[in-house]
Design a protein around this ligand. Structure first.
Ligand code: GLV
Length: 315
């Protein structure tokens, strides 16, 4: 690269230390700015690295060439009315991220399937309480909403544990041993055979609020929900109602309508809901720095960068 490119790293101040090293290593020629330099240098910034830009930031960057998202989901960037719709936006896709999310999903599928909370409660009372599995593995049908890179890896991992797995996506997918349902017309039959429903969809206008009372009514009685996508997919009150009237067995939620989840949310103390603080997959700075350097390299050579988001589609 002839001229050094200028990057702005827009992460909460406590996190910038994790990122500066890997970014300087992969992009040794680049000038790396932090949030504090943004105001003075706004017109000179070529690339923005962000997850959820703070209000007004995008509007202030007049010469931006592209934005790199620090996560897989770019909804936090597209929600900003100042995001120029023709600007290249790249989402983060990497095996390390898919693998972490798949670990989270497998963990929470097994906690539910193996009845681990029952044994935890028994241990807390010094009680030796044996109990068989409530349902055979072969009879525990798993449905994955969203079959991108992450959904596909989750499907493969769960299939390899002998669960029957289906995936639902906008277009039909071919994943060995995983049945594919596609499009709005096949959502109801997909839900009807999902004893454990896992949401890994991108958040778009088409998927906003997709986990609602109507959806839950289509799930088999006793179904369990795992939402590791976005809080905007879920109508939280509908979930609590479906669990409290006994239709759903419970849920694991990593993402929420409002984050951090407010201290007075009923979700915190619900006996059938597990809450984690949006940690299902945390972006690995080294992997992201590598992807960003490849993307910048491509753009500076006048080539398309990998994983450019289709803005109309939202992912
Ligand atoms: C995390 O939420 C991500 O989008 O990667």
């Amino acid at each position: 690269m002839a001229e050094p490119v200028t990057l702005l790293l827009d992460v909460p101040s406590g996190w910038s230390g994790h990122w500066a090293g890997p970014l300087s290593e992969y992009l040794p020629q680049a000038r790396l700015l932090g949030q504090d330099d943004a105001a003075v240098e706004a017109g000179r910034i070529d690339y923005l690295i962000t997850f959820r830009p703070r209000k007004g930031l995008l509007a202030s960057l007049s010469n931006l060439k592209a934005v790199f998202c620090l996560g897989a989901g770019v909804d936090g960037i597209l929600a900003d009315p100042d995001f120029p719709r023709d600007l290249p936006l790249m989402r983060f896709v990497d095996r390390s991220l898919s693998r972490e999310l798949a670990q989270y999903v497998v963990l929470h599928v097994l906690i539910f399937h193996r009845g681990q909370r029952y044994f935890d409660a028994a241990q807390a009372m010094n009680k030796w309480r044996q109990r068989p599995l409530l349902r055979r593995t072969e009879d525990t049908r798993i449905g994955i909403l969203g079959m991108g890179e992450i959904g596909t890896m989750c499907a493969e991992r769960l299939r390899d544990l002998d669960f029957p797995v289906t995936g639902w996506s906008r277009s039909r997918k071919a994943v060995s041993g995983v049945e594919s349902f596609a499009g709005a017309g096949e959502l109801a039959p997909f839900l009807a055979r999902s004893d454990i429903l896992i949401c890994l969809l991108p958040l778009t206008s088409a998927t906003q609020g997709i986990l609602n009372a109507k959806t839950f009514a289509l799930l088999p009685k006793g179904a369990f929900l795992i939402n590791a996508a976005r809080g905007g997919h879920l109508i939280e009150a509908d979930l609590v109602e479906a669990i409290d009237r006994g239709h759903l067995a419970g849920a694991t939620l990593d993402v929420f309508q409002h984050e951090p989840l407010p201290a007075d949310s009923v979700l915190w103390n619900h006996p059938k809901i597990t809450v984690t603080p949006h940690v299902a997959a945390i972006t690995d700075p080294r992997a992201a720095a590598r992807a960003i350097s490849e993307g910048i390299g491509a753009l500076e050579r006048g080539e398309p960068a990998p994983y450019r988001v289709d803005i109309a589609q939202g992912y």
